[in-house]
Design a protein around this ligand. Structure first.
Ligand SMILES: [Zn+2]
Length: 473
C-alpha cells in the first residue's frame, strides 16, 4: 500500500518536471515488478518469495541461471509472460503522463509524505522479512570471506600425521540412490566403484546426508570448524586449509571462482599453497571434469606429506552438460552423469594408486539432488537433496598403522553422518587431534563418535534426520 501511494504520488510530482519522464517510467516499472514478484508466487503456490530464493539468486552466476531457466521455463509459459511484459512496458512508456490521479501538487507532496510514513512503520512485514533474512545470511558469508582472507594461520597445531598423499574429492549434486554401488539401480552407473567395493581398502558409508542443500551452505560448514551442532560463528571458524598450512596443499577446482558465492568456497581453496581454477569462461560453459585430470600433480613434484583437494562440477544441472558424448549410454541424463563421475573417480584413483606414498582418498558430495525437479532448490526441499555418497579409500600401509581407526570405520558404515562433520573426520584421519579444533565425538573414524539420527540435522539445523525415518536406523 505504501509503495502503491509512493509510486503514484512520486510519478505525479515528477510529471511537473519535463525531463524526468524516464525516471517516472523507471519507478512505474520497478514498482510493478515488485508486485509481480510477490503476487505471482503468493497467488500460485500460496507462498511468497523466501529468503532462500533471494540468497539463491546471489549464489548463481550467469551461465548457471541460464541453464536453470532453460531447464525450468517452458516455452508455453515463457512466450505469454514475455508478451505481457512487453505490452506492459510499452503501455508504461506511452501513458506514463496519465498516471497521476493526484491533480494538485500540494496533495501529491502530502501523499508522498504519508506513503513514506506508511512504509517506515510497516517496513517489517511478511513481504520484507525474507529480504532482511537474506541480507543477514549474505552478510554472514561476507564476514566469513573477509575473515578468511585476513586471518593468521593457527600456530603449533598438535599433530601426529603420518607421511603420505591424502586426496579429498568433493562431488556436486550427487544423490547416492542413483549409484549402483549403494543400491540396485535401473542402470549400472558405477562399474568402477562396484568393482572395488568389497576390497578391504574401501569404506562406503550408506547413511550420509548433507548439512544443507546448496553448495555455499554445505561447503562453508564441511570445510570449516562450523557445523550444525556447535555455537561457533562461521566467520570466526578456521578453514581446513588453515588447519593444514604446514603441509603442502593443493586445490584443483572445476567450479567458478567468481560470483558472490563462488568466491566464498574459492577463498578456502586460495588458502592452499597451489590452487588451480579451470572453469573461467562464461561463454564456453563449464569444462568436463576430465579437464582437471591434466592438473593432477606428478609424483616427482610431491613432498613427503601432501593434501590435494579436487572440487568437481560433478552432477550439477543441466545434467547433459556434465559428460562428453561417449558417456551417453542410457536414456537418463542424470544416470549418464553418474556413470561419468565413476570414470573420473577411477582416473583420479589410478593417478595416485601407483605412488608409493598414496595414503587415502576421501569422497563426499556437497549435497544430493532431486531429479524430479532437476534441482536442489532450498524452497522445494526434499530429502533427496540431502542423500549423499561418502566413501574412503585407505592404503595397506595406512591400515597397518591404524588398526583401531579401521575397526571403528567398519563399525560406522551404516551410522548416520552429516557432511559438516567432514572437517573433524578428516582431521581424525590425518591424526590431528589438537583439542582446540577437534572434538572426537564429531569424527566418524573415532570410537567416541556419538551422533545418531535423533540429534543430526540438515538445513543448518532446521530439519531433524529423525523426521526422515524410512531409511535411517
Ligand atoms: Zn552444489
Amino acid at each position: 500500500m505504501g509503495i502503491f501511494c509512493f509510486t503514484l504520488s512520486s510519478v505525479s510530482i515528477l510529471k511537473r518536471i519535463k525531463y524526468l519522464k524516464f525516471l517516472r517510467i523507471f519507478i512505474l516499472i520497478s514498482s510493478s515488478i515488485f508486485y509481480i514478484l510477490y503476487l505471482i508466487p503468493i497467488s500460485t503456490v500460496f507462498q511468497g518469495l523466501t529468503s532462500n530464493d533471494i540468497v539463491a539468486v546471489f549464489q548463481t552466476n550467469g551461465a548457471e541461471a541460464f541453464d536453470y531457466l532453460a531447464d525450468n521455463l517452458k516455452i508455453y509459459v515463457f512466450i505469454p509472460l514475455a508478451t505481457i511484459l512487453a505490452i506492459f512496458i510499452c503501455l508504461c512508456i506511452k501513458n506514463v503522463d496519465k498516471y497521476c490521479f493526484v491533480k494538485n501538487q500540494k496533495e501529491a507532496v502530502l501523499f508522498l509524505l504519508a506513503s513514506i510514513v506508511f512504509i517506515w512503520f510497516y517496513q517489517t512485514n511478511a513481504l520484507t522479512i525474507p529480504i532482511y533474512d537474506a541480507a543477514d545470511k549474505i552478510e554472514r558469508y561476507y564476514a566469513f570471506y573477509n575473515n578468511l582472507k585476513n586471518r593468521e594461520y593457527p600456530k603449533s597445531i598438535e599433530k601426529n600425521t603420518k607421511e603420505g598423499i591424502y586426496v579429498v574429492v568433493i562431488g556436486e549434486s550427487q544423490n547416492r540412490d542413483f549409484m549402483s554401488v549403494y543400491k540396485p539401480t535401473e542402470y549400472d552407473t558405477t562399474p568402477f566403484l562396484s568393482s572395488i567395493k568389497s576390497s578391504k581398502n574401501w569404506f562406503f558409508f550408506d547413511n550420509a546426508y548433507s548439512c544443507h542443500v546448496y553448495t555455499i551452505a554445505t561447503l562453508t560448514y564441511a570445510l570449516t570448524q562450523k557445523n550444525n551442532y556447535n555455537n561457533l560463528d562461521l566467520s570466526e571458524s578456521y578453514s581446513i586449509a588453515h588447519m593444514l598450512h604446514e603441509f603442502d596443499t593443493y586445490w584443483l577446482s572445476n567450479q567458478k571462482a567468481v560470483g558472490y558465492y563462488g568466491e566464498q568456497i574459492a577463498e578456502i581453496g586460495l588458502q592452499t599453497k597451489h590452487s588451480t581454477f579451470i572453469n573461467k569462461s562464461f561463454v564456453k560453459g563449464d569444462p568436463y571434469d576430465e579437464e582437471l585430470l591434466k592438473y593432477l600433480p606428478k609424483e616427482s613434484s610431491l613432498v613427503k606429506t601432501t593434501i590435494i583437494f579436487i572440487h568437481l562440477m560433478g552432477n550439477h544441472p543441466n545434467y547433459r552438460k556434465r559428460y562428453p558424448e561417449k558417456f551417453e549410454k542410457y536414456p537418463n541424463t542424470y544416470a549418464n552423469s553418474i556413470l561419468y563421475n565413476d570414470y573420473i573417480v577411477e582416473q583420479i584413483y589410478n593417478h595416485f594408486a601407483s605412488m608409493r606414498n598414496f595414503s587415502a582418498l576421501i569422497y563426499f558430495s556437497d549435497h544430493g539432488e532431486d531429479t524430479e525437479c532437476a534441482c536442489h532448490n532450498p524452497s522445494k526441499f526434499t530429502w533427496e537433496m540431502t542423500k549423499i555418497p561418502f566413501y574412503i579409500y585407505l592404503s595397506d600401509n595406512y591400515i597397518k598403522q591404524h588398526p583401531q581407526k579401521i575397526s571403528t570405520l567398519k563399525k560406522h558404515l551404516h551410522t548416520p553422518f552429516t557432511n559438516d562433520l567432514f572437517f573433524e573426520t578428516f582431521l581424525g584421519i590425518l591424526d590431528i587431534t589438537d583439542k582446540r579444533f577437534y572434538a572426537p565425538e564429531n569424527d566418524l573414524s573415532n570410537s567416541n563418535y556419538n551422533h545418531t539420527k535423533s540429534d543430526l540435522t540438515t538445513f543448518h539445523g532446521e530439519k531433524s534426520l529423525a523426521e526422515y525415518t524410512t531409511i535411517i536406523p
